[in-house]
Design a protein around this ligand. Structure first.
Ligand code: FAD
Length: 509
């Protein structure tokens, strides 16, 4: 039996959607329907942490890729997005990072009242079940498991020790008292298995009579009555169905699909909508704009001896947050490093299995791109152009980061594990040759955000309550609302956004 209507209809059971569904349905008097295009999250590869690279070719990934990137020598790169309960939290690398407190103060200073660090910290804590115990910065008893890695590789420890030998401070908790320094990442893993938001939030709520989760339900458009959202049309694989929203429709379809759904519903840049023959209901030129992602540039090193990643490994075990010399914007760090003590896919593909990578990412890239419609067909993938490394400052940081990674690789105790540098390679000495290697080999860290930017002004898509401007009964709650990318991985901030959104909605805001 289909629920023909619900108080809240949520589109997308990803990092944000599962949180919202669970929190809103805590109120037994309100009915919640959660639509997810993908299926159940039963695959072994979703559960076992070390298997995440295998998910890219699976049914759990939308299989998107970017346009040919001018900053990457006209290469297109994959843009994996989870298509399964838990969304991208079911296919991601499981690193738990909140970002720099200044990221959120910056959001607030852009006009988003209520999103400063002191406002959002309680929601990070509310979500958290920290294995190390509670403190003023950490919570226990929340749905999301945050734990130390079960058996990090000796090479991950060697990376941290070498970074410390190079003058970086040791940081035992990247979400603690200070942000910069080198350490092992904490992870969203419970009892050796991935703790996605489907596991953390949805599973414990799924039996509630007031929550209905509908998988294989692909939303096609929002049903509008004038400026009010009244439901969602979706395709169940056989036919188009309609579900009505008595109170609100909430888009949690992620940075790629939330703006796409707005545009298909006539909400977006009028010129673009008209070019696809769509009726303009609400002219919001910012929909799809402000697309931002972390670029990722690898230093690949041949090793004397290689280990296999154990089942609990997330591969990217160690990290570093470093303040650059090139940029001084007052943040604790401008560059994040991910040390992967196992063969990175590109080295493995070249038959080089005894290898490791240190990937460098500018924390707050200034490059911006755009997401646009390919056509008015809801089943068509949109056009994704993140504009990687099109801003000079981002390249400056990537070059400085690669040089710093090389220094760490040359320091003890990491040095004794390394035979030689494979990429960029010993010939890349000056900035120009490092830059050309970066453009030839970079990918990203898979953190697209910003396409339904929260803020004030003509380009903002949602307000500080995440309500779509110029409409009624319609919100966007996911990574797309971030006005500026956070200084780190984006799952935890997305979960925070959904926790805060649910609290605002339950408070009638
Ligand atoms: C490979 C990879 C590794 C990553 N590693 C990390 C990491 O280690 N740590 C970290 O913090 N972050 C990581 N991230 C980023 C992080 O996981 C994402 O930022 C976060 O999950 C985004 O959450 P979201 O709710 O915005 O979107 P999603 O989690 O993507 O949720 C969107 C949901 O909507 C569904 N949907 C989309 N369109 C429709 C439609 N038309 N109808 C119905 N349903 C629809 C999708 O199937 C999906 O379930 C990684 C991302 C990737 C891709």
């Amino acid at each position: 039996m289909l629920m023909p209507s619900a108080d809240y209809v949520i589109v997308g059971a990803g990092s944000a959607g599962c949180v919202l569904a669970a929190r809103l349905s805590e109120d037994a008097s309100c009915e919640v329907a959660l639509l997810e295009a993908g299926g159940e999250d039963r695959s072994h590869s979703v559960r076992q942490p070390s298997r995440w690279p295998l998910l890219w070719d699976g049914a759990e990934n939308w299989g998107y890729s970017t346009t040919l990137q001018a900053g990457y020598n006209l290469r297109s790169i994959p843009c994996p997005r989870g298509k399964v309960l838990g969304g991208t939290s079911s296919i991601n690398i499981m690193i738990y990072i909140r970002g720099d407190p200044r990221d959120f103060d910056h959001w607030r200073d852009l006009g988003n009242e209520g999103w400063g660090w002191s406002d959002v910290l309680p929601y990070f804590i509310k979500a958290e079940d920290q294995a190390r115990g509670a403190s003023s910065l950490h919570g226990v008893g929340g749905p999301l498991a945050v734990s130390d890695q079960a058996s990090p590789s000796p090479l991950a420890h060697a990376f941290v020790d070498a970074a410390v030998a190079c003058g970086h401070r040791r940081n035992p908790d990247f979400n603690g008292a200070y942000r910069d320094g080198a350490g092992l990442y904490q992870v969203t893993i419970r009892d050796g298995e991935r703790c996605s938001t489907a596991k953390a939030y949805l599973d414990p709520s799924r039996e509630r009579p007031n929550l209905r989760t509908i998988t294989r339900a692909r939303a096609l458009r929002i049903v509008m009555d004038g400026d009010r959202a009244i439901g969602v049309d979706y395709f169940d694989g056989a036919q188009v169905r309609r579900i009505e929203a008595r109170r609100e429709v909430i888009l949690s379809a992620g940075t790629v699909d939330s703006p796409k759904l707005l545009m298909l519903s006539g909400i977006g840049d009028p010129l673009q909508l008209e070019s696809h023959g769509l009726v303009v209901r609400n002219a919001l030129p910012g929909v799809g704009a402000n697309l931002c992602d972390h670029p990722g540039s690898p230093l690949v090193l041949a090793l004397r001896q290689a280990d296999q990643a154990p089942p609990t490994s997330i591969h990217a075990e160690a990290g570093l947050f470093m303040k650059s010399e090139a940029l001084n914007d007052g943040f604790a760090a401008d560059i994040q490093f991910l040390a992967v003590p196992f063969a990175p896919p590109h080295a493995a593909a070249q038959g080089q299995t005894r290898a490791m990578a240190i990937t460098v990412q500018a924390c707050r890239p200034k490059s911006r791109g755009r997401l646009t419609l390919r056509s008015d067909d809801p089943l068509d993938a949109p056009v994704i152009d993140p504009g990687y490394l099109t801003h000079r400052d981002d390249m400056t940081l990537q070059i400085e980061g690669l040089r710093a990674a090389r220094k760490i690789a040359a320091a003890l105790p990491l040095r004794e594990h390394i035979v030689r540098e494979l990429s960029p390679g010993p010939g890349a000495i000056d900035d120009a040759s490092i830059e050309s290697a970066i453009r030839a080999t970079s990918s990203c860290i898979y953190h697209p955000v910003g396409t339904c930017r929260m803020g004030v002004g003509a380009d903002a898509v949602v307000d500080a309550q995440l309500r779509v401007r110029g409409t009624r009964s319609l919100r966007v709650v996911d990574a797309s609302v971030m006005p500026q990318i956070t200084s780190g991985n984006t799952n935890a901030p997305t979960i925070m956004i959904a926790e805060k959104a649910a609290a605002m909605m339950r408070a009638g805001q």
